[in-house]
Every structure is written in structure tokens, then in C-alpha cells.
Design a protein around this ligand. Structure first.
Ligand code: IPE
Ligand code: IPE
Ligand code: MG
Length: 258
């Protein structure tokens, strides 16, 4: 599934003061962060508000976390916005989520574009309402040449669906069985061309992947916080990055030798 037109290569330009504030050496900062933005419903419930109010607050929160990631020189931020399983929620909630995404693109596209954000979509567009689909495609197309940070939006995304789509693509292209290496397989994933996530953050205390980047997360570091997504701010992100920076990643090897 080679793309028709390539996206610009990202060249992060971290803000020096933010790096001092973070206090993590640049080589220990993750290149790619994935966030499972969970807890919108509980956030709203705790305030006696409808679930959609939580989704609205959660959507607003994306901006400040994205800004912080840009300041710290993160190359890719993947956000889990809607899973293939989330269609099973009550129709009113699903419709509300679709409206919110559409509205957010409409309201924020200019600013995201001006800030050098390259928007990508990670997931299936089939089954998504035609207007919304057009909006997503337009956002991706318009921001293709931006090179400050990639905002990869996992929307109508499921890791198993992604793997199946990859298998279908490989079969369709008639790739011989012996030629299917991990590198070839990755060319057929939605994340083609992106580095694997180094750090996966899940808010609201759940210790599961919920079908998020299941292939790509093979060696990702996990960070779970009890904080609900709408409350997850720059300080919380710094805690997650500092925690990540303190870990020893081994990739199955023995790293230290006497
Ligand atoms: C995450 O918040 C947003 C989506 C799944 C779209 P939830 O809606 O899952 O919030 P909780 O888990 O019910 O609190
Ligand atoms: C994962 O959250 C999906 C998103 C954050 C979009 P869910 O709330 O849907 O996951 P489960 O149901 O708790 O596993
Ligand atoms: Mg949830």
C-alpha cells in the first residue's frame, strides 16, 4: 500500500526552555508517543454531567498535550480517538463523537496547519459518514508538507482490523509467502513509514491495550496513570516522559556486560 504522494519528513524543533523544564536528556525522549485517551465518561460522571460533556472536554485537551509534545520535540503523537469496537456504544454517543471530530477539524485545522502539524489518519475510512470522511481526507492532504510534528489520529482504528487489512493487501499484491518479512508486512500497515511507538500512555487506570497498535507496540514501554484524559495535562505528560526516560529498554538482549 505505497502512498501516492509522500508526506514531509518530520524535523522536530524542541523549545529549549521546555527541555530544561523537562530535565530529560534528548536521547532519552521518546520519538513516538501513543496515547489511549480513556476516562472521558468517568470524568463526566464524577461531575454529574452527560458522557458527551466528557468527550467534549477530552477533545479540547488534545490541543494542550499536542503543544507540549511539540515543545519537547516528539516526532509522532498517535491518539486513540475511536476504536472499531466503539461502534457498539449507544447510537447517541457514537453520533456525538462523530460530530465532535468533525467540528474539531473544522475549528482547528487552520491553527494546526499554521503550527506545522502534519495530520494523519490511522484506521479505516469505510463506514465513516461521507462528510466526515471528506473532512479527514482534506485535513491530511492540507497538512502533508508540515514537518514540525505528526498527529496520527487513530479513528475507527482496530489493531486486528489493521492486521487483516495488511494481509488482504499482501494477498491482493500477490506477494509470495517466502517474501513476507516483517519489513514487508509493515509496508501494509496504516502506520507505514512511522517509527514504532516508544511509549504508550493510558489514562484512567486501565491496564490494557484495547486493540491499540498491537503489532507496533511489541517493544513499547507502558505508562498507566489514574488521571482521566480531560485532566491529563503538560505536567502529567512530563511525569510520563520522565518515567520512560528512567527505564532500561532491552529488546530481548543483554545490555550490560561485566
Ligand atoms: C475514552 O473515554 C473515549 C472513547 C473511547 C471515545 P471513555 O468514553 O471510554 O470513558 P470511560 O472509560 O467510560 O470513562
Ligand atoms: C479505548 O478505550 C478506545 C479509545 C480510547 C478510543 P475504551 O474505553 O473503548 O476501551 P475498553 O472498553 O475500556 O477496553
Ligand atoms: Mg473507556
Amino acid at each position: 500500500m505505497i502512498e501516492e504522494r509522500t508526506h514531509a519528513v518530520v524535523r522536530p524543533r524542541p523549545d529549549p526552555e521546555s527541555l530544561i523544564e523537562l530535565g530529560v536528556p534528548p536521547e532519552r525522549i521518546p520519538r513516538h508517543i501513543g496515547i489511549i485517551m480513556d476516562g472521558n465518561g468517568r470524568w463526566a460522571q464524577a461531575r454529574g454531567l452527560p458522557r458527551l460533556a466528557g468527550h467534549r472536554a477530552g477533545t479540547h485537551n488534545i490541543r494542550r498535550v499536542l503543544e507540549a509534545c511539540t515543545d519537547f520535540g516528539i516526532e509522532v503523537l498517535t491518539i486513540y480517538a475511536f476504536s472499531t469496537e466503539n461502534w457498539q456504544r449507544p447510537q447517541m454517543e457514537v453520533e456525538g463523537l462523530m460530530r465532535l471530530l468533525s467540528l474539531t477539524i473544522r475549528k482547528q485545522l487552520n491553527e494546526l496547519d499554521a503550527n506545522g502539524v502534519q495530520i494523519r489518519h490511522c484506521g479505516r475510512l469505510e463506514g465513516v459518514n461521507e462528510r466526515l470522511r471528506q473532512r479527514i481526507e482534506e485535513a491530511v492532504e492540507r497538512t502533508r508538507d508540515n514537518d514540525r510534528i505528526i498527529l496520527n489520529v487513530a479513528f475507527n482504528y482496530g489493531g486486528r482490523a489493521e492486521i487483516l487489512d495488511a494481509v488482504r493487501g499482501i494477498v491482493r499484491d500477490g506477494i509470495p509467502a517466502d517474501a513476507i518479512t516483517e519489513e514487508v508486512f509493515e509496508q501494509y500497515l496504516y502506520t507505514v513509514g512511522l517509527p514504532d511507538p516508544d511509549l504508550i500512555i493510558r489514562t484512567s487506570g486501565e491496564y490494557r491495550l484495547s486493540n491499540f497498535l498491537i503489532w507496533q507496540a511489541a517493544y513499547a514501554e507502558f505508562y498507566v496513570t489514574p488521571v482521566y484524559w480531560p485532566d491529563f495535562d503538560r505536567q502529567e505528560l512530563m511525569k510520563a516522559i520522565r518515567d520512560y526516560a528512567s527505564r532500561e529498554r532491552r529488546f530481548g538482549r543483554v545490555l550490560t556486560q561485566e
